[in-house]
Design a protein around this ligand. Structure first.
Ligand code: MG
Length: 311
């Protein structure tokens, strides 16, 4: 039985990680612990972000969640329209690849594939970062369906199957965590469901002995991003410690922490997220009438999503 506290934990935990990591984006490893030597990190703001302000990761996750609820399931043209409306409203941050796909003028069903064809690179972490809401929504449908939904939503902006498979893995690990089981223990069974062409590379970064220092790409890429999030979960014992470990890696800190926060929030539940973080948390939604969601709005969204698609 999935409990609501874990579903809220996944959505709220990801938003908190996003806001915690945002001020440290593109920084060096170790900067976070240098700033907070006693280990009690704060949503301190900086680098253009207000304290508690969530970035594109959470903004896009909200758009995914609202589309799923209002359309009663995955409606890719609707979701693409929402993404485009948001991207056109000049959000403070947007992934390069996501921006090119959304604002390139190509139709929803061709844009990502054309971008991949032209650029040859489309394995950014941009579809991992927004997966909290869809992972909660599809969890009740079981492994095959949640992994398939993840691939379809990922493919809207990312043409590389590596991103689809990574997002599918993340959906499945969250499904397991929402059941109260250990997502790290579920990695081998999950890898068995990954497209064979991508399995080896995913197996490498999700192996028990893998460390973020072993990464062969910047953690803005899909493999080290999810690998680092699973590492942070595996090597710590609380929500707060997992997020501190993720942000302290440096690099694409908001997204690595957003992904870590999804997993850790599903494992430890919303009750494990410090109140001093959720109290200042807020999610501006450019393009949508200047709406700003607070922690209670995210709780409400997660609770509605946890009911899943109508049977
Ligand atoms: Mg971001």
């Amino acid at each position: 039985m999935r409990d609501i506290d874990r579903s809220v934990g996944a959505v709220l935990g990801s938003a908190a990680g996003d806001a915690l990591g945002a001020p440290f984006e593109f920084g060096f490893p170790g900067v976070f612990r240098e700033r907070f030597p006693d280990g009690v990190g704060e949503l301190c703001g900086g680098g253009g972000w207000d304290p508690g302000e969530a970035t594109d990761d959470t903004q896009m996750a909200v758009l995914v969640g609202e589309s799923l609820l209002e359309q009663g399931g995955v409606d890719l043209p609707d979701l693409f329209d929402r993404f485009r409306r948001w991207a056109a409203a000049d959000p403070k941050d947007i992934g390069l690849q996501t921006e090119q796909v959304l604002l390139g003028g190509d139709p929803w069903d061709l844009a990502a594939a054309l971008h991949f064809q032209v650029n040859g690179r489309a394995a950014g972490n941009g579809s991992l970062m927004r997966a909290s809401t869809s992972a909660v929504y599809f969890a009740s449908r079981g492994r095959v369906e949640t992994m398939d939904a993840a691939r379809r939503i990922s493919g809207l902006t990312h043409g590389d199957g590596a991103a689809w498979e990574g997002t599918a893995i993340l959906h499945e690990l969250i499904r397991v965590a929402l059941l109260g089981e250990d997502p790290v223990a579920a990695v081998p069974a999950t890898l068995a469901e990954v497209d064979a062409a991508h399995r080896e590379r995913w197996s490498t970064v999700l192996a028990p002995g893998w460390h973020p220092d072993d990464a062969t790409e910047f953690n803005g890429a899909v493999w080290p991003c999810l690998g680092s999030a699973v590492w942070a979960l595996r090597t710590t014992g609380s929500f707060e410690e997992a997020l501190a470990a993720a942000v302290d890696l440096g690099g694409d800190t908001d997204t690595v922490a957003a992904v870590t926060g999804m997993l850790a929030g599903a494992v430890y539940g919303a009750g494990a997220i410090p109140v001093r973080w959720t109290s200042s948390l807020h999610v501006p939604l450019p393009g949508f009438d200047d709406r700003v969601l607070r922690a209670d709005d995210l709780r409400e969204l997660a609770t509605a999503l946890a009911s899943g698609p109508a049977a």
